[in-house]
Structures are given as structure tokens and as C-alpha cells.
Ligand binder design. Structure first.
Ligand code: CP
Ligand code: NVA
Length: 299
């Protein structure tokens, strides 16, 4: 797995993804065992959008592995002037690994082509694979295994939904999605996931959450989609995750940031089955495992 890019999560096989989760569990259990693993290595982080969790968890994670971090706000770099691939080729001369958060997935692909160092997707319009990976670590911790367990996503068929479909399918979860018309997940990703597991896409939240072990939602308005908010909110009426929608024993998950009392009620978000802060913590452990593997230090 060394030297791979991590743009969608589909770069890794079922067996490699399982190994990644096992490594994340080991890293979480014994942080000191890995504290020198990336000594002398540098992670470049280039962000076109704002971030709390992704930025902090990568910065802290890389430092906990003994490495260095250079954070660059896209607008403060000559990515605003120069050719994207020229700029990335230069970054790859200084850094051993690159994390990028960008508007367009096509830009990530261009970056990965230009870079001879691994490029990690820190979120784009289509995918959020680091979130998906960390969420699978949380599911495994809370439910003990993936086999036979069902995750239901209610809301916008967005980047987070796509990455849950990909990571969930690789690890063998049963998956369902309920979205309003026009906001369904990408058909190509759904079909790819259906090649690995049971995936249902429907209109009705109540149908999607039947028998679910996890109910997941995300914002209805992703970063960069702020235009037309009013119309979007209208389309999502009936898709708010409320207490009566969530099966009694099901976990509630959300990648955060949440728009409180919009896509989910405070009652659910703050309820006893909500694991949203464990998810946020697991970004750290899962991404440390990813850095170790892509950096060639294990696996
Ligand atoms: N969940 C997540 O990626 O959060 P940030 O946008 O704050 O990084
Ligand atoms: N779908 C959200 C996820 C934020 C972590 C967005 O892209 O803004």
C-alpha cells in the first residue's frame, strides 16, 4: 500500500481496508509504539476550504508519529497564480505526503498525477474518504464487527454519503440511503458498492432506517453550496433525523459540523446513542494508520 494515493478509498482492496482498520485500532491502543515511525518525514497540507477536524487531526497525528507538518491555505500560495501541476511537483520535492482539501475532485486527480508522493483527499465535492475510514473504526469499536450490521444514511447523497458507501461496502456493512429527489448519491458509486454488499437507495427515511444499527446524517448544505440554501432546505423537509426515526438501539452518527436542529434535532445529536465526538476523535487514529501505511512505515 506504500506510495498509493488515497483519493476515493477505492484504491485499497477489501483485505487492505480491513488491515488499515486493524492498524488504526493498534495505533489507538498504543500511541507510543508509533511515536518515531515518521521521524524526518514531512506532511504538506493544502486547503482550499475551511476545516476544524481534518486539519487538527492530521497535524496532531503527524506530530504524534514524529513527523513535521506544513499547513498552507490555498489562497496564501501561488496555486492562485501558477499551474496546479507545476506547483504540486514543487511541493512533492519538499514533502513526503500531501493532504489536499479542494473544491473539485478533478483537481485532486491532477495533483496526484503530478506528485510522485502520495496524495490524500482531505475532502472534495465528491468524496471524504478519511471521514469514511474513521467512521468505520467507530462502527467497529461500537458494534464489535461489520458483518450483518446495517448503516442507514438519511439526507443529501453527498461526499460523506459516497465515502460511507465505499468504505462500508469494502468492510461488508449493509447500507441504505434515503434522499429527496435530485439529491440521491451518485449512481456509479452506488453500483460499485452494490458489487460488494447490499445497498438500497430509497426516498423514505423510515424505510431506510428499518433494522438499522447506525443512523447517519450530514449537513444539507455542503461547503461551497451556500447559494440556493432556501430551496435546498425546502427539498429536505421530512428528512430531519428526529428521535422517533432512530431505532431504539441504533447509534447516531454525524461527521460534524452539524447545523443543529436542521438535519438533526439537538435531542438526537446530544442523545445517549450519539457517538459524534468519538467519530471526531477517531479521525486522529484512522489517519495515523493511513499515514503509516502510505508513508511506507508499516503494512
Ligand atoms: N468532519 C470534517 O471533515 O470536519 P472539518 O470540515 O471541520 O474538517
Ligand atoms: N458534506 C460536508 C462535510 C463537511 C465535513 C461538506 O462538504 O461541507
Amino acid at each position: 500500500m506504500q506510495g498509493h494515493d488515497f483519493l476515493t478509498g477505492q484504491e485499497f482492496s477489501v483485505a487492505e481496508t480491513r488491515k488499515l482498520i486493524e492498524l488504526a485500532e493498534a495505533v489507538k491502543k498504543s500511541p507510543p509504539a508509533y511515536q518515531h515511525a515518521l521521524e524526518g518525514k514531512t506532511l504538506a497540507m493544502v486547503f482550499q476550504k475551511t476545516s476544524t477536524r481534518t486539519r487538527m487531526s492530521f497535524e496532531v497525528g503527524m506530530k504524534q508519529l514524529g513527523g513535521h507538518v506544513v499547513y498552507m491555505d490555498w489562497r496564501q500560495t501561488n496555486l492562485v497564480l501558477g499551474d496546479l501541476q507545476d506547483e504540486v511537483k514543487c511541493m512533492a520535492r519538499y514533502a513526503d505526503l500531501i493532504v489536499a482539501r479542494v473544491n473539485e475532485h478533478a483537481d485532486l486527480k491532477a495533483m496526484a498525477m503530478a506528485s510522485d508522493k502520495p496524495v490524500i483527499n482531505g475532502l472534495c465535492n465528491l468524496y471524504h474518504p478519511c471521514q469514511g475510514l474513521a467512521d468505520m473504526l467507530t462502527v467497529k469499536e461500537k458494534l464489535g464487527s461489520f458483518k450483518g450490521k446495517k448503516l442507514a444514511f438519511v439526507g443529501d447523497g453527498n461526499n460523506v454519503c459516497h465515502s460511507l458507501l465505499i468504505e462500508g461496502a469494502l468492510l461488508g456493512l449493509r447500507l441504505s440511503v434515503a434522499s429527496p429527489k435530485g439529491f440521491e448519491p451518485d449512481q456509479g458509486i452506488v453500483e460499485w458498492a452494490q458489487g460488494l454488499t447490499e445497498v438500497e437507495v430509497c426516498r423514505e427515511p423510515a424505510k431506510a432506517v428499518e433494522d438499522a444499527d447506525v443512523v447517519y446524517t450530514d449537513t444539507w448544505v455542503s461547503m461551497g453550496q451556500e447559494a440556493g440554501v432556501q430551496q435546498k432546505v425546502k427539498a429536505f423537509q421530512g428528512y430531519q433525523v428526529q428521535a422517533q426515526l432512530v431505532p431504539r438501539k441504533a447509534l447516531f452518527m454525524h461527521c460534524l459540523p452539524a447545523h443543529r436542529n436542521c438535519e438533526v434535532t439537538n435531542e438526537v445529536l446530544d442523545g445517549k446513542n450519539s457517538v459524534v465526538f468519538d467519530q471526531a476523535e477517531n479521525r486522529l487514529h484512522a489517519q495515523k494508520a493511513l499515514l503509516l501505511v502510505l508513508g511506507g512505515c508499516v503494512g
